[in-house]
Design a protein around this ligand. Structure first.
Ligand SMILES: NC(=O)c1ccc[n+]([C@@H]2O[C@H](COP(=O)([O-])OP(=O)(O)OC[C@H]3O[C@@H](n4cnc5c(N)ncnc54)[C@H](O)[C@@H]3O)[C@@H](O)[C@H]2O)c1
Ligand SMILES: O=c1ccn([C@@H]2O[C@H](COP(=O)(O)OP(=O)(O)O[C@H]3O[C@H](CO)[C@@H](O)[C@H](O)[C@H]3O)[C@@H](O)[C@H]2O)c(=O)[nH]1
Length: 446
């Protein structure tokens, strides 16, 4: 099939490359010439494990190209996939300006019947509205498909080539059948729905996963007070097949380009039909508060006085295996530390440059490795569960720090590793591991 993918962000790039891998003739277009130049020079504008190699492999076969010429790409394709961003507006609603613009550009370029599939996450009713918009610009017939995307950053290729399910929202049987044929090599779990239900499946899935995370984080907070261990609780809960083990990892809450934006957008979608989504509002509120559990623990240890404290931060990306820093908890946590007068030494294996640009303020020493960041610090906050942190030599770390205070925001370390060390160690929802000071540490001398 000849396919054009509009937008070369995570979704557009990964899905375009994967369709090419399946033997289709794919053109990925982006309005950003800088991204296209990087791709045409053999680079990749995002960090995603395995993506560079897969692009090189499918480009050798000649079935994948990159460009900025959207009209030409549209004219040669039977299927146009819209995968542009739908970032949040200040009020939490999805900003649909990019997808509206892209749809109009596609409409103006259409020369014969096309299938227009929307992979971007869009509020219920958007596909219908876009179709109306396109019809106002073009007399050429087309079929609308809602094709929500469920890949996760960091495992995007695996998720795309081995999806749990494919959802096809369609109002034309012929177009639905073509989409079924396209995705059959990937899975036999393909569900065809009406367009509005497909749009809702995407938001409901993300909102439910976010709910699981906020739920386990609240359980963790209670565990800290009643002396239970949230890791054991999550394991015990997860064995029940009705609950399932995934997304029960307590920590400093969810971040990223999807959960924060999509939970807020769904609250707005509900609000527009006079429905107050109380549960989801609480999920968002719990998540916001959970980020600051790190600061609360530092305050408890240092008697509420963070001014002048040297704090190491390990991990800036919102999750491991990505350089994406959109809505990463590290942003607000480091912001709070700087506001309180602390000095920060930060390290992340791949997200450091993106984070430095995002933060845009002074007061942080950017470090080239984890031990360099820890050097001479009074406390270390682990914010992203990169695998390299779990393998660190704890005695070397203790020797590098001025005071061995470790706040493990992702429960990376195990009890047995900490036993017998001098660390004051606080994790999330595991009070038996929160050993060390009962009283605040003595005030710092400068
Ligand atoms: N990032 C994820 O993990 C993920 C997963 C599932 C779904 N989604 C959804 O998919 C959509 C895309 O997300 P993303 O993270 O890939 O986006 P992104 O912001 O990383 O990339 C979007 C790209 O679209 C390009 N673009 C915008 N308007 C264009 C136009 N008119 N013509 C050509 N290119 C244009 C931009 O230049 C940019 O490169 C969003 O709706 C998001 O919610 C994202
Ligand atoms: O048990 C868990 C699982 C995740 N997280 C956090 O949740 C956030 C999101 O993680 P994850 O879902 O793995 O990453 P994303 O790439 O944001 O993927 C989500 O968002 C995408 C965009 O909509 C969807 O396509 C995916 O299905 C959905 O998992 C991260 O900050 C994680 O640290 C936890 O705190 N505890």
């Amino acid at each position: 099939m000849r396919i054009t993918v509009v937008g070369t962000g995570y979704v557009g790039l990964v899905s375009g490359v994967c369709y090419a891998k399946l033997g289709h003739d794919v053109m990925c277009v982006d309005k950003d010439p800088g991204k296209i130049r990087i791709l045409n020079e053999g680079g990749v504008p995002i960090y995603e494990p395995g993506l560079r190699e897969l692009i090189a492999e499918v480009r050798q076969a000649g079935s994948l190209s990159f460009g900025t010429d959207l009209p030409n790409a549209v004219r040669r394709s039977e299927l146009i996939i819209l995968a542009v961003g739908t970032p949040p507006l200040p009020n939490g609603e999805a900003n649909l300006a990019y997808i509206d613009h892209a749809a109009l550009e596609v409409a103006e370029a259409m020369n014969d019947r096309k299938i227009i599939a929307v992979k971007s996450t869009v509020p219920v009713g958007t596909n219908e509205r876009l179709a109306g918009l396109m019809r106002s610009r073009s007399a050429v017939a087309f079929d609308s498909i809602s094709l929500p995307e469920f890949l996760r950053e960091g495992s995007a290729i695996h998720d795309t080539l081995h999806p749990d399910r494919i959802i096809i929202g369609a109002d034309s049987e012929e177009a639905a059948n073509k989409m079924l044929e396209l995705h059959e090599p990937l899975t036999d779990r393909i569900i065809v729905t009406d367009i509005r239900s497909a749009e809702m499946i995407k938001y409901a899935s993300n909102a439910f996963l976010a709910t699981k995370i906020s739920f386990i984080n609240e359980i963790a907070n209670i565990c800290e007070k009643v002396g239970a261990d949230v890791s054991q609780v999550a394991e015990g809960m997860g064995c029940d097949r009705r609950i399932g083990p995934s997304f029960l990892q307590a920590g400093i809450g969810y971040g990223g380009s999807c959960f924060p934006k999509d939970t807020n957008a769904l609250i707005q979608i509900a609000g527009h039909v006079n429905y107050e989504f109380k549960l989801l509002r609480s999920v968002v509120e719990v998540n916001q508060d959970q980020r600051f559990s790190v600061i609360r623990k530092l305050n408890a240890i240092f008697g509420g006085e963070l001014e002048g404290l040297n704090v190491a931060v390990w991990g800036l990306a919102f999750k491991p295996n990505t350089d994406d820093v959109r809505d990463t908890p590290a942003l607000e946590i480091i912001g709070r530390l700087l506001d309180a007068g602390a000095k920060v030494r930060a390290y992340d294996p791949v997200a450091l440059d993106n984070f430095r640009t995002l933060l845009g303020r002074e007061g942080v020493t950017w470090c080239g490795d984890a031990m360099e960041a820890a050097q001479g610090t009074d406390a270390l906050c682990l914010l992203t569960d990169w695998p390299e942190f779990a393998g660190v030599d704890l005695s070397r770390l203790q020797a590098a720090m001025a005071r061995p205070v470790l706040i493990d925001g992702r429960n990376v370390f195990q009890e047995k590793e900490l036993l017998g060390t001098g660390f004051v160690y606080y994790s999330v929802g595991r009070p038996s591991l929160n050993k060390g000071v009962k009283q605040p540490m003595p005030a710092l001398q400068f």
